[in-house]
Design a protein around this ligand. Structure first.
Ligand code: 5GP
Ligand code: ZN
Length: 118
């Protein structure tokens, strides 16, 4: 299920630097970058560097690593955006609205009285 690299996958290409992105955080096994079509300013995607279809396919060690980064990532996004709160969401599978087949978390800042309708 998991592969080191899929040349047709936008997130694999971002990991390799073949597509530009605004990286917020990077480790040996994961990267977080700004979403190109943000729901709110500071909307970040957290992805494993290896290609896995969705979170159902993630090895536990990678899932644990991604989860361990969430507090630090939220603090960084909070400091940069002034967010008052966050949504932490996964669209897992087509039926749930997943469009990029490289499993990822969304960290979506919310602001008091913003105009996002969830
Ligand atoms: P999902 O698959 O969970 O619905 O969301 C995929 C997300 O990836 C979308 O919010 C979309 O805006 C974002 N996205 C798709 N292609 C790119 C890209 O090339 N660069 C960046 N930064 N974000 C992308
Ligand atoms: Zn990929």
């Amino acid at each position: 299920s998991g592969h080191a690299y899929d040349p047709h996958c936008p997130f694999c290409r971002i990991v390799r630097g073949e597509i530009p992105s605004s990286k917020v955080l990077e480790t040996d096994d994961a990267v977080a970058f700004l979403d190109i079509n943000p729901v709110n300013p500071g909307h970040v995607l957290l992805v494993p560097k290896t290609h896995h279809l969705n979170l159902t396919e993630l090895p536990e060690a990678i899932a644990a690593h991604l989860g361990s980064l969430v507090p630090r990532l939220c603090r960084a996004v909070q400091a940069a955006s002034g967010a008052d709160g966050f949504h932490l969401i996964v669209n897992n599978g087509r039926a749930a609205g997943q469009t990029v087949d490289h499993g990822h978390w969304h960290i979506i800042p919310r602001f008091q009285n913003d105009s996002v309708h969830w």
